[in-house]
Design a protein around this ligand. Structure first.
Ligand SMILES: [Zn+2]
Length: 570
């Protein structure tokens, strides 16, 4: 005993001596990990696809691999969290409307309802509302009705009393209003269609109550205006919903400066619980960023503003999508052109000069062609990663141009739901093979970023996107064989378009999109291994946990409040 004690003292003396004479010849131990997560990881990293544990320090993965390897990084203060399920790189949605989702949570949800169910829901809301209050709803789709025709103001007048009523269609590209709103906004038979908009009319030119695209701006002046506090409240509600759905990043497809300032405030306060890649939209916001330049990384990848969103045409369901040949179910109509070619080219050139990416909404084949023309004429290079949002109807020639110009296709697989209900009526049999060409894009080597466009679609859940990509069924599982199922992709391809795809489309592939050491510790835990269940069961997967920068933003076991856990994230 005494001998051993003496040896130990000698050793300490030698070490102290060495240390005082010269720097130690060996490296200091790295700081212990903040958190170690233990469980099953599918990394989507080709070199090391499986892992048993992940160590996180300051928001980044410091080690991922075998449990013994990773646990050797534990220190006294390291938290250990066991994962109940299968962890995948954090799900990203490359096209959402954050405020739209937040507002939707406070509006009448009309998704999937028949017309009489819609009217009954409105009537109930009218009975509960204070005198004269506005009633707002969204998500109606005449594709669920018999017959499948657009509704009218008169339908609503029968149940609306003295209340103004505004109900957005599922695509958010047209609104159905009652006569009270038409009269408040002074929309009559003499009101001309605004540029890029359409007032649907009856045989006597009287407005029917459907306002398409820019025509809905005619009611802006009479709508109650949300306050800054209202806007912040709905944004926070949306961010919490994203965490519950398993999303770690969203690309917000069109925000103004006020929304960006709300994101910056949330970030400052450590309350931004989802990464936001915001696309600036509108003259004021574009002017601002052309003058001040982009903000590619605020708060360790939590917020980025380095892109513009432009809307070239409307939506197919509302017959606003711009088609080269007329609509099959409306021979006189070609859809709407919301931005002219010359303006588009000018914006593309100005944005390029400042290193700003341009993301153009283009649904109809004509609008897609115009977007690609502007990118080509504007000299856009592959490295600038310009995007076409939706790219829903694409000719073979344009498909080849996506590849050749290096343009990203930002697709919404969940559109299969809506499109299977009415797109064949809109475009007819000769053009139907141009619609939602996921597999064709992939085969052509085009970089795909999957998103939902929610609330302008049936579902904003990434599990629904995965299901739709792999089965070509709607979020509700229809039709059984899949809609034009030659466009299905496999589970691995689908997951990559939901992780690495959006990361690349946002210049974030070095930090996001796979689980490797050095990247941000963003992951989503689902209830089963998606590679090992029957594809028709994919939509039954549930989200067990969501983690952003190593912090749990949702835990199904605890129903964690997302914003609370991120308070010290700054
Ligand atoms: Zn959108």
């Amino acid at each position: 005993m005494a001998g051993r004690e003496v040896t130990r003292l000698i050793l300490i003396a030698v070490v102290v001596l060495l240390a005082s004479v010269s720097p130690l010849p060996f490296k200091a131990q790295p700081a212990p990990a903040d958190t170690i997560f233990i469980g099953q990881f599918l990394t989507l990293d080709h070199a090391h696809p499986h892992a048993e544990a992940m160590a996180v320090s300051a928001g980044r993965i410091v080690a991922i691999g075998s449990r013994s390897e990773v646990e050797s990084l534990a220190g006294k203060t390291t938290r250990k969290i066991t994962i109940n399920g299968v962890a995948l790189p954090g799900f990203a949605d490359a096209h959402v409307h954050v405020e739209g989702l937040g507002e939707q949570l406070e509006k009448l949800d009309l998704r999937g309802l028949t017309k009489s169910e819609v009217l009954a829901k409105v009537a109930a809301a009218v009975r509960a509302a204070p005198a004269g209050a506005w009633i707002s709803g969204e998500g109606w789709d005449e594709g669920f009705w018999q017959p499948t025709v657009f509704p009218t103001a008169k339908d609503l007048d029968a149940v609306s009393g003295d209340h103004p009523i505004v109900l957005a269609r599922i695509d958010q590209h047209s609104v159905w209003v009652n006569s009270k709103v038409l009269s408040l906004a002074k929309i009559t038979r003499d009101t001309p269609d605004p540029d890029g908009g359409l007032i649907r009319r009856d045989a006597n030119r009287e407005p029917t109550g459907i306002l398409v695209d820019h025509a809905s701006r005619l009611i802006r002046g009479v709508l109650p205006k949300p306050s800054h506090a209202d806007r912040e409240r709905v944004i926070r509600a949306a961010l919490q919903q994203y965490s519950r759905w398993g999303l770690t990043s969203v690309h917000d497809a069109g925000v103004d400066l006020e929304t960006i300032s709300i994101y910056k405030d949330l970030l400052q306060r450590g309350e931004l619980s989802v990464r936001v890649y915001a696309m600036a939209r509108g003259e004021e916001a574009m002017k601002h960023y052309l003058a001040s330049g982009p903000e590619p990384d605020l708060g360790n990848g939590m917020l980025a503003v380095r892109s513009f969103k432009l809307i070239l045409d409307g939506a197919l369901g509302s017959r606003g999508a711009e088609l080269t040949d007329p609509y099959s179910d409306a021979p006189g109509e070609h859809g709407l052109q919301l931005v002219k070619d010359a303006d588009l080219l000018q914006i593309v050139r100005a944005a390029r000069e400042k290193g700003i990416q341009v993301n153009t909404h283009a649904i109809g084949d004509r609008a897609v062609t115009r977007a690609l023309d502007a990118f080509e004429k504007g000299g856009v290079t592959r490295d600038e990663r310009f995007r076409v949002e939706h790219a829903s109807i694409v000719t073979n020639d344009d498909l080849a141009r996506f590849t050749h110009l290096g343009i990203i296709a930002s697709l919404q697989p969940v559109f299969v739901g809506e499109y299977s209900r009415w797109s064949e009526d809109r475009v007819g049999p000769s053009r139907i093979h141009w619609v939602l060409r996921t597999r064709d894009f992939l085969n052509a080597g085009v970089s795909i970023a999957s998103g939902s466009d929610y609330p302008a679609s049936d579902s904003g859940m990434p599990i629904a996107t995965l299901h739709c990509l792999v089965t070509r069924q709607s979020a509700a599982g229809k039709p059984a064989a899949g809609w034009y199922n030659d466009q299905r992709v496999d589970v691995d391809q689908a997951l990559r378009t939901m992780t690495a795809g959006p990361a690349f489309a946002a210049f974030q592939e070095k930090n996001l999109g796979a689980l490797t050491a050095g990247r941000y510790a963003d992951f989503t835990v689902v209830s089963a291994n998606p590679y090992q269940i029957p594809i028709n069961d994919l939509r039954t997967l549930t989200v067990r946990m969501t983690v952003v920068a190593g912090r749990v933003t949702f835990d199904a076991g605890e129903n964690t409040n997302a914003s609370m856990l991120l308070l010290d994230q700054r």
